[in-house]
Design a protein around this ligand. Structure first.
Ligand code: NZQ
Ligand code: ZN
Length: 385
């Protein structure tokens, strides 16, 4: 097992009717900015509940944070906070709103050009405003981690930053808040959470036994509930299981003491930045291709995955691996998520630009062995067409 240092200070308040707990979770004299996305939080009543939960506190609102939040929009929130002297942020939404809020929290008192936060991947962040979240879309794990992904429209850059200073103080996870999600977003959540686990599990063995079994438990749960969460929006138990599984998939627990990959995500981010494809959908296309191209380096874990997740015990090693990769693809497709880039309108002619962006962002040695060079990324993209 590898060495690790695990610290997660985010308090999770889970369950139906928990938004009213805001009154005890937000400091009494806080001057609050609620940040949200488009109209979903207003339409499904969450914003009204949040306002009621905040009682007599001074409350301002900033809406319009888009999916794949942009630096340009977020800097407007920064200006509002500075103008009004606000001191506590509350994100109400999915990963985009929460990620955006993390950036805003770090940018408000940032001494230089805030885009440096992204270019330094968070290394230059030394403080941030405190914030909490009310999660409405189970997918990213942003509600209980220190990562954030922000895009700059001007340059089509989609970069990640991470900092101990941007763990949410608390996150409210009320599964009933997910009932209004369009089904494609629910499917995205399942695929994103599944891929998060795979990035931290499907590398090479280090005898991290409980980590492997945590990861496998999350994967098995996603496979088990995938159809249920899609079938009936108000199936509380299915939505509750998805919500907690997605949080646990990327809160630092399963990665402690094991190697991590993340090449699928880094390639996927470029596809979103260039072509606007939903985050999870880029992963659905890249992950199976990535496993296929790197099957030798990942052989031992692929065999374990085949047996423990898909119950594949017959056939040669290569056959078992092949069936496991196909099963992954079939699972994503069963949720209505296409797994071929051509189904998103891309062809071989689009690959050069993706490779150029990976190079521009320093993504030239990805993966658990840092051997996913631009040439390997090209092979993966070709296999994903
Ligand atoms: O904007 P509104 O109107 O709120 O609509 C949103 C949005 O259009 C809608 N939605 C959210 N909750 C809803 C709802 N609609 C109806 N009912 C509800 N309860 O869903 C749409 C997508 O929302 P978004 O927040 O963009 O989705 P998601 O949670 O999948 O977040 C994706 C972003 O997170 C980043 C991705 O790159 C992407 O930018 N990621 C963040 C990570 C992290 N911080 O750790 C890790 C991930 O790998 C990922 O990269
Ligand atoms: Zn993701």
């Amino acid at each position: 097992m590898l060495n690790f240092d695990l610290h997660n200070p985010t308090r999770i308040v889970f369950g139906a009717k928990t938004v009213s707990r805001l009154d005890e979770l937000v400091p009494a004299g806080a001057r609050v900015l609620i940040l949200y996305g488009g109209e979903s939080a207003r339409r499904n009543g969450t914003l009204a509940e949040v306002r009621a939960g905040l009682g007599q506190r001074e409350v301002h609102e900033f809406g319009g944070i888009e999916p794949n939040p942009s630096y340009e929009t977020l800097m407007e929130a920064v200006a509002l906070i500075q103008r009004k002297g606000l001191n506590f942020l509350l994100a109400v939404g999915g990963g985009s709103v929460i990620d955006g809020t993390k950036f805003v929290a770090a940018a408000v008192d940032y001494p230089g050009d805030p885009w440096e936060i992204m270019e330094s991947h968070g290394a230059t962040v030394h403080r941030a405003l405190p914030f909490g979240t009310v999660l409405t879309l189970p997918a990213t794990g942003s509600e209980m981690n220190k990562g954030s992904v922000v895009s700059k429209k001007a340059t089509k850059a989609k970069l990640v930053f991470a900092s101990e200073h941007v763990f949410p103080r608390f996150s409210i996870l009320d599964p009933t808040k997910t009932y209004s999600l369009p089904l494609p977003q629910v499917a995205n959540g399942v695929v994103d959470a599944f891929t998060h686990v795979m990035e931290q599990y499907l590398t090479y063995p280090v005898d991290g036994r409980v980590q492997d079994r945590f990861a496998e438990g999350l994967l098995q749960t996603l496979v088990e509930i995938g159809a249920e969460v899609m079938a009936k929006p108000d199936n509380y138990d299915a939505r509750a299981n998805l919500m907690w599984t997605a949080t646990l998939a990327l809160n630092g627990l399963i990665v402690a003491g094991v190697p991590e990959d993340w090449s699928t995500h880094m390639i996927g981010h470029e596809l979103t930045a260039l072509h606007g494809i939903d985050h999870a959908r880029t992963l659905a296309a890249v992950l199976p291709a990535n496993l296929q191209v790197r099957r030798e380096a990942k052989r031992a874990k692929l065999l374990q995955y085949a047996e423990r997740i898909w119950n594949i015990t017959e056939g040669s090693e290569d056959e078992r691996i092949g069936i496991a990769i196909t099963s992954t693809r079939v699972f994503f497709e069963s949720l209505g998520v296409p797994t071929r880039l051509r189904e998103y309108g891309l062809n071989a002619g689009h690959i050069d630009e993706v490779i150029a962006q990976l190079e521009a962002h320093g993504m030239t040695a990805l993966g658990e062995h840092e051997d996913v060079t631009l040439a390997v990324s090209r092979q993966i993209l070709e296999a994903a067409l």
